[in-house]
Design a protein around this ligand. Sequence first.
Ligand SMILES: Cc1cc2nc3c(=O)[nH]c(=O)nc-3n(C[C@H](O)[C@H](O)[C@H](O)COP(=O)(O)OP(=O)(O)OC[C@H]3O[C@@H](n4cnc5c(N)ncnc54)[C@H](O)[C@@H]3O)c2cc1C
Length: 294
Amino acid sequence: VIVEEGRAAGVVVKKEGGKEERMEADYVILAPGRAGSAWLLELAKRLGIPFRYGPLDIGVRVEVLNEVMEDVTKINWDPKFHIRTKKYDDFVRTFCTNPYGYVITENYGKFVSVNGHSMKNKKSNNTNFAFLVRIHLTHPVENTTLYGESICRLATTIGGGKPILQRLGDLKKGRRSTWERIEKSYVEPTNKDVTPGDISMAMPARIVEDIVEGLDKLAGVIPGINEDGTLLYAPEVKFKSVRLEITKELETTKVKNLFTAGDGAGVSGGINGAAVTGLIAAREILRRGGIKVR
Ligand SMILES: Cc1cc2nc3c(=O)[nH]c(=O)nc-3n(C[C@H](O)[C@H](O)[C@H](O)COP(=O)(O)OP(=O)(O)OC[C@H]3O[C@@H](n4cnc5c(N)ncnc54)[C@H](O)[C@@H]3O)c2cc1C
């Protein structure tokens, strides 16, 4: 990002082959997505833009038979349950439910994690959803991204480069899962490019206990969700990116005409919110350009 006299004045892009091109602009919107949040942090440090770290959401992806979830997903395709755990007073939530869906592996380069999706024309026997514990860090370490990455790296090490798959029953009994044990389960995993193992070897005890307690609580609304055969894939992680100090129009307070939008800038946490923040920034730019927007 080019900054001249405290104002954004354009960007320098690196083209294929490494050649740089300077592009001048009156306004710049930073919207690099989650994958670009580390880049944004470095940029904020370089430009002296004040920022704070967002919380980390980390846990597992839960997979059960469609029948277990159907009473709920027939009413709401992507239900959000917010749970407070008793032991740690932590916030645990369901997120990104995929009825008739598939669990997928995401490769971040330094580690792997899981996610899920549903398809229009291909349906599985299972429903999956993320079950995530919210972590805030204060003193002496605030960087939740680093903390989350180190958990994911450990999980990837234990999984031999693949996500870990464990039956809830095995986790509760303190033993690892094996393919033999998983085959005894009613639920057939939709992602088999995983390593059956022990999530408690990979994640802090607090997160594991929150997940087990949270699923027991969730069973009050969704009976069967905490059965021994329920499958857990780890790690699933949602990094809340750093949030730069911005105005309500999403312009940075330090550099004028420099706007932020989307998940990478920590101003949204999903596809609709990302689109809305892009609109907020764009409308403000148009307004300043004297262009009327409805
Ligand atoms: C598997 C999966 C399932 C999801 N399911 C849901 C869901 O059900 N509901 C929901 O609300 N959200 C879901 N999401 C999240 C949703 O995709 C994001 O919230 C949304 O895409 C964020 O939009 P964004 O514009 O901030 O970032 P992105 O969509 O990530 O866009 C950022 C773009 O910037 C580009 N970029 C970054 N850095 C650079 C660079 N240096 N140079 C050039 N280009 C760069 C990236 O390549 C990318 O194209 C899902 C995400 C995944 C991965």
